[in-house]
Design a protein around this ligand. Structure first.
Ligand code: C2E
Ligand code: MG
Ligand code: MG
Ligand code: MG
Length: 288
């Protein structure tokens, strides 16, 4: 179905395509143009330490500045990219852009990049990561790739190979949306996971629902026991932050600490300073 209702429908009279198929084709065509042109953006959301309120890094989140539909979130177009050859082009753009941006940040700050399952399994993925690191000068230790449990579930040989190649370089791996898939334990067992990100659907209920609280405590304990870093996603208020801190969660991300936002400026040494300053202000405002 049409996602925003504003776009004129293309009339197809041969009966060959459904409206949804026409929408998808149109979206793919538009996305190709977006990649060729300059319509994709990376927004960055702060990841903070819950213990001492410091900024640890940012997650890169893709947006599409669509000429007529406005700023689109990934949910509006990533599926269209997944269904065809655009996946690797889009993934390559994200990796290069994120590494270039992060190379200009203060040395302590890391960048998290979401990687699609399909892209990860493609030949040449680890070469792409190497090229993005070498081209930007970003040390591998400052890059964390976020994969979802579903990626791990159907982890093909190609995926395992790519994962071992990038982690051997020093790049780390985060398991995103932890707890929502069917294979959390399998993923932790099979892949060299460094960080787990507790899904925001759990965080949303952690203060109010005892069963969710018990589940999150279990996830935190599992993370601790396995020596993993744990990030709670989607923290929207102070009660949630307090609960997680009290239960030993070290890191957090969510609107409470800062929404995804574009870099203040793409040029000059002031960029990184402005970024850190803004995040510090946002975090302080929330935690005071
Ligand atoms: P994700 O990796 O789990 O990213 C977190 C999502 O939660 C982001 O949505 C972020 O804006 C949102 N979020 C963060 N804090 C809060 C909060 O406090 N409350 C609420 N309600 N939401 C919060 P976004 O940016 O729409 O991205 C959605 C998903 O799209 C991401 O989920 C990720 O799976 C995917 N994605 C985003 N950028 C990329 C990319 O460059 N490449 C790939 N392959 N996937 C991407
Ligand atoms: Mg993510
Ligand atoms: Mg997530
Ligand atoms: Mg998600």
């Amino acid at each position: 179905a049409k996602r925003d209702g504003s776009r004129a429908r293309i009339e197809v009279h041969d009966g060959g395509l459904t409206d949804d198929e026409v929408d998808l084709l149109q979206l793919e065509t538009d996305l190709r143009r977006a990649l060729d042109g300059d319509e994709l953006r990376l927004f960055y959301q702060p990841i903070v330490s819950l213990a001492d309120e410091t900024l640890l890094g940012y997650e890169a989140l893709i947006r599409w500045q669509h000429p007529t539909r406005g700023l689109l979130p990934p949910g509006a177009f990533l599926d269209a990219a997944e269904n065809n050859r655009l996946t690797s082009r889009l993934g390559a753009w994200v990796l290069h852009q994120a590494c270039n941006d992060a190379a200009g940040w203060p040395a302590g700050l890391r960048v998290h990049v979401n990687v699609s399952a399909r892209h990860l399994a493609e030949p040449g993925f680890s070469d792409l990561v190497a090229a993005a690191l070498d081209g930007s000068g970003l040390p591998p230790e400052r890059l964390e790739l976020e994969i979802t449990e579903s990626t791990a579930l159907f982890a093909a040989e190609a995926t395992l190979q790519a994962v071992s190649e990038v982690t051997e370089r020093g790049v780390t791996l985060a398991l995103d949306d932890f707890g929502t898939g069917y294979s959390a334990i399998t993923a932790l067992h099979r892949l060299p996971i460094h960080t787990v990100k507790i899904d925001r659907s759990f965080v949303a209920d952690v203060v109010t629902q005892p069963s969710t609280a018990a589940l999150v405590q279990g996830l935190l304990q599992l993370g601790r026991g396995m020596g993993l870093q744990v990030i709670a996603e989607g923290i929207e208020d102070l009660d949630q932050a307090d609960w997680l801190r009290r239960h030993g969660c070290a890191m957090a991300q969510g609107y409470a600490f800062g929404r995804p936002a574009p870099l203040p400026s793409r040029t000059g040494a002031r960029t990184a300073e402005a970024l850190v300053e803004r995040a510090a202000e946002e975090a302080a405002a929330v935690l005071e």
